[in-house]
Design a protein around this ligand. Structure first.
Ligand code: DON
Length: 584
């Protein structure tokens, strides 16, 4: 298997490299992007992987070729992404899996989100005067590191739906970590862009810079023996090797001894970490079921609410070039974000009216606000009053998010479907590295402030709680069968990216390659965000005329999608990043 696998990965890399546009950030600062407006449409008969890196996609596809299940492939894709796209996701982070089990004809989700340490308090991100820390001061160091969930998620998923030997699935990434991989253009650009910000901690500096202190360049051979060792330990002893013993000890030491900004993680936080299986959150949209990740993610609720509101309008008839389509979509998103800010957080800790927020009656009333033909005024965009099981009102929060993250989709020969969004939060996470992988800064997805005008904020830090996410891994169902699997990175812009792609697919009849490449427009908080250097800029003046402020900038989605049709599979990877879809 090994030789085939690497031949295939190498071929994919060679094929993919010249064609892709070099996009940067993940990371903390805006960077130049040369957004392409086309993506490759890949077709296959029996199995497919679409992921943000060609080596990861190709090794995943090889597992499927050898008869592995979608979850076997997911283990290989994730361990490979942790090596070749380390800034975005990995063993030190968390993930959400939306999974269709073809045998049982059942859709479910696994929540591998990071948790706040037991010693974290709501004041974790306040300074000694009770003021919120500057975002990057909170991110860099141990304070922001949550108990990682990805390894436990992979193990749980493999226990249920894996077919191949667990240990064997760790070998492709371990072997490549030993042999060394070629630094991709995107990784090189991100290291250069992060610059001195990546040099604070020795292990990270030594990994991403050469001995003269220069950032690694595209094509540099990068070996990661520490990662190979970590992978082999987990391969031999299972996830317990990560959550107890020497890997766990090294994580805790790294977090607690982080110079300048130590964290409070202890060994028990790791030993006690649990993955949660949760019901998918679904909404019916034009006879399809759009299903995704409920709390602690706000993804499926916000995507679902937006679709539930716009279903009251003829978006299909209006079409993608009409500013009125975008007014309706954008203002529906603003209303969904107003609800999100007030109500959504980890429902293991705070009650949230998920059912009420998704009810068609409630969404119909919210949609009535969109009946006019001008932008909603700021005062009109407030959280609504959905039905509650428990009476409780939360304050509005101002949680901040900045980019990294990866999304991959996999369909195997049996028709099992993986839609997984995986992250270490910021580009390069907390900047702390141990065991050959970066540690997340996911705790900065909590609200830094604890109260809003004296009212507690639902997404405040609490021990053991999972920070609210925007990740929106999605599977669209038609007549009880999966039709489309999709998701994206992009912080809270993820919600807009995924919603737009769904509308483009369902209402505007675009294919998967068109929906991942389409220029972005979205609205979270009032300002219309429009993707620079694309045709969407033509809508800037018309949207201004409707009363919006407009911001034109880079919008670094990383949509990966696979459509499952009676004739086979169609897949595509977002041309803004380095990914490919590959299948047979
Ligand atoms: O969970 C979340 O919503 C964020 N931590 C994800 C971060 C992200 O997608 C950054 N994207 N480019």
């Amino acid at each position: 298997m090994q030789r085939n696998l690497f031949a295939c990965a190498l071929a994919a890399l060679v094929l993919a490299t010249p064609a892709r546009s070099q996009q940067a950030s993940d990371a903390t600062a805006p960077e130049a992007s040369t957004t392409t407006s086309t993506a490759r449409l890949v077709t296959a008969k029996s199995y497919m992987v679409a992921a943000a890196n060609p080596i990861a996609a190709a090794t995943g596809a090889e597992v499927l070729k050898q008869g592995g299940s979608a979850i076997d492939a997911a283990v290989v894709v994730q361990t490979m992404l942790g090596l070749v796209e380390p800034q975005s996701s990995g063993l030190g982070g968390g993930a959400f899996l939306v999974y269709y089990d073809a045998g049982r004809k059942r859709l479910t989700t696994l929540d591998g989100r990071e948790t706040a340490p037991q010693m974290a308090t709501p004041k974790l991100f306040l300074d000694k005067d009770g003021q919120p820390l500057e975002f990057m001061d909170a991110v860099v160091g141990g304070r922001s590191v949550g108990t990682p969930g990805t390894v436990r998620l992979l193990q749980e998923a493999h226990n249920r739906w894996g077919r191949q030997d667990w240990k064997r699935l760790f070998e492709p990434a371990a072997a490549l970590a030993d042999a060394g991989f070629s630094v991709s253009p995107r990784l090189a650009a991100l290291i250069a862009e992060a610059g001195d910000g990546l040099k604070k901690y020795e292990a990270t500096k030594n990994y991403f810079f050469d001995t003269s202190g220069a950032p690694l360049k595209t094509g540099s051979l990068l070996k990661n023996p520490a990662y190979a060792e970590t992978l082999r330990l987990i391969g031999e002893r299972g996830a317990d090797a990560f959550y107890t013993g020497r890997i766990a000890e090294a994580i805790v030491d790294t977090v607690r001894m982080a110079a300048g900004n130590p964290g409070v993680l202890v060994l028990n936080d790791l030993a006690d970490y649990r993955v949660r299986e949760r019901q998918p959150v679904c909404i019916t949209y034009r006879a399809l079921e759009v299903c995704g990740m409920g709390p602690p993610s706000s993804g499926a609720v916000a995507v679902g609410q937006t679709l539930g509101m716009i279903e009251n309008f003829d978006i299909k008839g209006l079409g993608p070039d009409n500013p009125q389509s975008w007014r309706i979509i954008g203002d529906a998103q603003r209303l969904a974000f107003a609800d999100r800010s007030r109500y959504l957080a980890d429902t293991d800790f705070v009650p949230a009216p998920i059912k009420g927020l998704m009810e068609k009656d409630y969404l119909g009333k919210r949609a009535a606000q969109l009946d006019g033909d001008k932008a909603l005024g700021g005062d009109a965009v407030q959280a609504g009053e959905p039905d509650w099981d428990h009476a409780l009102l939360f304050g509005r929060d101002r949680s901040i998010e900045l980019p990294s993250t990866s999304h991959f989709v996999i369909v195997d020969r049996e028709g099992n479907v993986v839609s997984m969004t995986t992250t270490i939060e910021n580009g390069f996470g907390s900047r702390l590295m141990t065991g050959g992988f970066l540690l997340n800064n996911e705790l900065t997805d909590f609200s830094f402030e604890t109260h809003d005008n004296g009212v507690p904020i639902a997404n405040r830090v609490e021990p053991g709680k999972r920070p609210r996410s925007s990740m929106s891994p999605t599977i669209v169902m038609k007549d009880g069968k999966p039709l489309l699997a999709i998701g994206s990175p992009g912080g809270s812009q993820i919600i807009g990216y995924v919603t737009q792609a769904l509308i483009a697919y369902i209402d505007w009849g675009k294919d998967v390659s068109q929906i991942v490449a389409m220029p972005h427009l979205l609205n979270r908080f009032g300002t219309f965000e429009i993707e620079a250097g694309t045709d969407a800029e033509k809508l800037a003046d018309p949207l201004k005329a409707l009363g919006y402020e407009v911001k034109i900038g880079d919008m670094n989605s990383g949509l990966q999608a696979i459509e499952i049709t009676a004739d086979g599979l169609k897949g595509s990877a977002d041309p803004r990043r380095e990914g490919i879809a590959i299948g047979e």
